[in-house]
Design a protein around this ligand. Structure first.
Ligand code: HH2
Length: 276
């Protein structure tokens, strides 16, 4: 795959092939349902499809690698040639390796290649873009009592160190994408501080990706709205991010996000294309 083009903000559509993801668990566990949803996401404007076979929501139990492979591989194979790049959302090197062989062309790792001792080598042996996300702790316990002295400084410093570890392992910095990891070992205040300071991550020299879609902090800001009722909050947070130069948004609601981005772009970048 060639490098991603960032002429406009990109929308990454979420495809969770899991029974238990917080927003869409169980809906796309069967390969046919997953493939049909991927096609829908592309029709609605997704630039990338992110396929995951393990929920990393707070409290989630790890999934055996064999099961993760059984979930994601048929879907990734079926998406070959679908017209947009497919990323593999995993913390496990064998899943990265097999997914890349099956046609995935981007690695998305919520552990920033720390979850498996082999991951750096798998990424180095490929030419895939790599998304490095910050998380404090493990999904099982990460929301118990996350603590930071200065969350923005610490997440920034962590990502800087992970970029260094990647380049030391032979991964070209031009392939790296960073993500502050909203909701991964963060309180509401930590998430809001990061969202106010996304612009500070640009000095890392990599595109910035953000995942806020339907996350629980939005429920806490909206009187306890359930996951499927958090679209308005998701869009508000997405636009705040785009306004600070974030390059990629990871979302469940692709068409709605695309529309919000098109309006934002028409206002701020004068790139209106009329669809009557
Ligand atoms: N969030 C989730 C999963 N993967 N990857 C990146 N880079 N950034 C994120 O913010 C991110 C991510 C969690 O969302 P979801 O996949 O919808 O839920 P679950 O972990 O329950 O499958």
């Amino acid at each position: 795959m060639g490098p991603l083009e960032f002429g406009r903000p990109l929308v990454m559509g979420v495809l969770n092939v899991t029974p238990d993801s917080f927003a869409d668990g169980g809906r796309y566990l069967e390969p046919d349902a997953a493939i049909a949803h991927a096609r829908r996401l592309i029709e609605r404007g997704a630039d990338i499809i992110d396929v995951g076979g393990e929920s990393t929501r707070p409290g989630a139990e790890p999934v055996p690698v064999e099961e993760e492979l059984r979930r994601v591989l048929p879907v990734i194979s079926a998406l070959l040639g679908i017209g947009v790049p497919v990323s593999i959302d995993t913390r496990h090197a064998p899943v990265m390796r097999a997914a890349l062989a099956a046609g995935a062309s981007i690695i998305n790792d919520v552990s920033a290649l720390t979850g498996d001792p082999e991951s750096l080598a798998v990424a180095a042996a490929s030419d895939a873009p790599v998304i490095l996300m910050h998380a404090q702790g493990d999904p099982r316990t990460m929301q118990d009592s996350p603590v930071y002295t200065d969350v923005v400084d610490e997440v920034h410093e962590y990502l800087k160190r992970r970029i260094q570890a990647c380049t030391d392992a032979g991964i070209d910095a031009g392939r790296l994408i960073v993500d502050p990891g909203i909701g991964f070992g963060k309180t509401l205040d930590h998430n809001l501080a990061l969202l106010r300071n996304l612009h500070r991550f640009h000095d890392l020299g990599c595109p910035v990706l953000l995942g806020v879609s339907r996350k629980s902090f939005l429920g806490r800001l909206s009187g306890g709205a359930p996951a499927h009722g958090r679209l308005p909050g998701s869009l508000a947070a997405a636009l705040a991010a785009i306004h600070q130069g974030v390059h990629i948004l990871r979302v469940h609601d692709v068409a709605e996000t695309r529309q919000a981005l098109d309006v934002w772009q028409a206002i701020f970048q004068g790139t209106a294309t009329e669809n009557s």
